[in-house]
Ligand binder design. Structure first.
Ligand SMILES: [Fe+2]
Length: 252
């Protein structure tokens, strides 16, 4: 696992890289903040993520650990799922060091430092959300060799951590990192034609996704405590769905 880790070669960032960071940040600040979870906005403020230059991951890590005990580890890019879960269980969050190019401002296929930092760090400050992420990872790591289970668990991760919506003060807000870092996705959420379902583990397990397109539907949680509480039945529901697949495969 250790060879996933690299140093953030800060001096290697070019002036253009910092401008890309600045522009992404400017665009995100220009989004309608009333659509965004206040828990998330609180994290942005505490971590002072509106700086105009790419942050030093080590400095940010110190700041974050002062609030939550989480620390950050710089990585090259996506890392194997098992390594990711092991880090999370250890309260170490991997942050990609690379930043997208200027021509990828609107959409970057790979997560970059902007996505990892602005998409995911603010909510680590929320104790309930952080507890959920760790507990989810402890379950998910036990299924890394089971292809179908991985697919189902990825749907859960996708429709919460990346594309999740939450009710705050009786209004729907976004907390998923992939919505928060994409103005197009945020607009898509407010398209009244796009369904928003009440979060339900079985429903999520039955709902495939395409990471390269705007989403066809979203799931709304009532609060982070109910998201956390839903894990109590997660393995039971997972086994149920896996047994259905096995059942269908033998053609009964
Ligand atoms: Fe992400």
């Amino acid at each position: 696992m250790e060879n996933n880790f690299i140093d953030q070669d800060y001096d290697a960032y070019t002036a253009e890289d910092h401008l890309v960071w600045q522009e992404l940040n400017r665009r995100q600040s220009a989004m309608d903040q009333r659509r965004i979870s206040k828990e998330y906005l609180n994290g942005v403020e505490l971590l002072q993520l509106r700086e105009s230059r790419i942050p030093h991951i080590a400095t940010l890590s110190e700041k974050l650990s002062g609030y939550t005990g989480w620390s950050l580890v710089p990585v090259k890019g996506l890392i194997p799922a098992e390594d990711f879960f092991n880090l999370i269980i250890d309260k170490r969050y991997p942050v990609t060091t690379v930043i997208r190019k200027a021509n990828e401002i609107d959409f970057s296929e790979q997560p970059d430092i902007f996505h990892d930092i602005l998409g995911h760090l603010p909510l680590l400050i929320n104790k309930r959300f952080s507890d959920w992420l760790i507990a989810y990872s402890k379950i998910a790591i036990r299924y890394v060799g089971n292809e179908r289970a991985v697919e189902l668990l990825a749907r859960l991760y996708w429709y919460t951590y990346e594309m999740g919506l939450i009710v705050e003060e009786q209004e729907v807000k976004v907390y998923g990192g992939a919505i928060i870092t994409s103005a197009n996705e945020l607009d898509n959420v407010w398209d009244s034609e796009v369904p928003k379902h009440a979060f339900n583990t079985d429903f999520v397990f039955r709902t495939p996704y395409n990471p390269f397109k705007l989403q066809n539907e979203y799931f709304v949680i009532n609060d982070f405590t109910s998201l956390y509480d839903s894990l109590a039945s997660l393995e039971n529901r997972l086994r149920h769905h896996l047994s259905q697949v096995a059942h269908n495969q033998v053609g009964v």
